[in-house]
Write a protein that binds this ligand. Sequence first.
Ligand code: GP9
Ligand code: MN
Length: 630
Amino acid sequence: MANIKAVFSKLKFFWLAVFFLWIKTYVLYKVGFRIHTESLLQEFLLFFNPLSSAVFLLGLSLFFRDRLRNIMLILASLLATFVLYFNLVYYRFFSDFLTWPVFYQTSNVQDLQGSVFELMNGTDVFLFVDIVILAVVLFKKKIPTVNLKKREAGIVLATAVMIFTFNLGIAQVERPQLLTRSFDRELLVKNIGMFNYHFYDAYIQSQSNAQRAFADSSDIIEVKHYVDANYKEPDPEKFGIATGKNVIVLSLESLQSFVINETIEGEEITPFLNKLIDESYYFDNFYHQTAQGKTSDSEFLVDNSLFGRGSGAVFFTHAGNEYNALPEILNEEGYFTSVMHANNKSFWNRDMMYQSLGYNQFFDIDYYDVTEENSVGWGLKDIDFFEQSIDLLKSQPEPYYSKFITLTNHFPFELGEEDRMINEYTSDSGTLNRYFPTVRYMDKAVEIFFERMKEEGLYEDSIFILYGDHYGISENHNRAMSMFLGKDEITPFDTIQLQRVPMIIHVPGLTEPETIHTVSGQIDLKPTIMHLLGIDSKNDIQFGSDLFSPERESFVVLRDGSFVTDDYVFTKGICYDKETGTDVEQSYCEPYFEKVEMDLDYSDKVLYGDLFRFYGENKQDAETVEGVTS
Ligand code: GP9
Ligand code: MN
């Protein structure tokens, strides 16, 4: 015992560094990440959880000798601070924590540079103050070097493990099954701390790699049974109403539903979309289901009717998988399939992934004339993008399935004065303020696109699917958002409701437009589009269902395990009544828990196991699977 005491008292400089890192992490939780707690126990956990990893990470420096030990200690503090800082910058935009796969997405980093500077603040330097203090203490005060045995350093690491075990014990009381069921990174950070979360994430990633190696053909049969049991027959009235037509998909950057039919200073934010909605099928309870892969996740969901990854971007991690995606299916039906997007082809690893999804052609930035004059923010302005796309569209053999991905309404929502059709909003969030004029601009671009399609005589032969790809305004702007919405605050319930994105299916000549309230998401688009085109989807593996099916269950699962039904919203472990937005007993949400977990688990199984490699190349081969199920 005396021995242990001695280890502690002779390492004053070390404990000072631990204290700094611990308190700094906690302060950052509160000030930078604005992590909210609901009970004293939760607050205690938040306060306590940085300690174990601080002791462990900095404790590694104790294995070095003499003066080098203290230098390594400062370097370890610096490294830990960078980890905190990268998370902070990432959080400011994504309201989410970094994951290991995000680090592999280096090819995106280049293009993100402009946005990254926007996300840094002058006050961020305070994060490094303790490092400076430590360095000054070390060099000015000439800390005497102490004699430390390896065994003694080991005692410190063992202490870290003990602290962590204690931490985990309380966390399990606070949130049972934290490590087995949670898809929510914020809960993990809240309970076990930022650094421990990163270790845990590394473990999860290595496991998902192992899953492919161990998967075999019986796995796909199990999944097929599950999706077959959930298959919904199409509405015979709608099945095939667009057979042979061109399919135009518009992925509308960062467009959320809260702007629809709303005004700024009396001016409509989306006048064209509002009008289009009156002539279309409009889904007002349609949710994006994306996570860290943003636009690419939405593309993945739409084309595969599978979930993207809980962390990282599937476009990067699983571009080599086999898929049975919509473009590939449509190719077999005689369609030409393409994507139009004026960005580098490697962004989100699109060039690789599009091959796996079966696209015939990717019209990337090289197909567009992009100059300083016709660019803003992330690149080519939407109006110019659509104008230039018309010729590309005309160059394609019909029928075609073409997806257009817009860009102007992207964070940080920059727009030239000449393109501003409505004023900015006035709040303390420049991001939210700027969002409205860029949405208005995108709306105009879509209007021009429709006009051009009519002029070229392409409109009548096409159907149009328009949807918002993901949120544009993160939780970082909750205060300004509550002001815009006229609410006192934005609760977790409101946050989920804000994940609704507009979804419009426009069929020229439609005589009975309708606003459809079924709760749905991007995962439902593949079977919906297939059925509108008169293509059977019974043999497919899909986790969504046809939005027009009379049997359809009004229900959506979000990637973090939150879900929404007609009556309830479940998120962050709380069940909310949808009408009032107030918490209700868990028992109301409980009947859905199993389905939510199975949907996410089976979809992940397909992805991580690369199970389509056992499924066969086309429908005929699929008989091998079907033979088992029927
Ligand atoms: C980039 C564009 C934007 O090509 O799709 O990507 P995001 O940041 O929204 O995922
Ligand atoms: Mn996007």
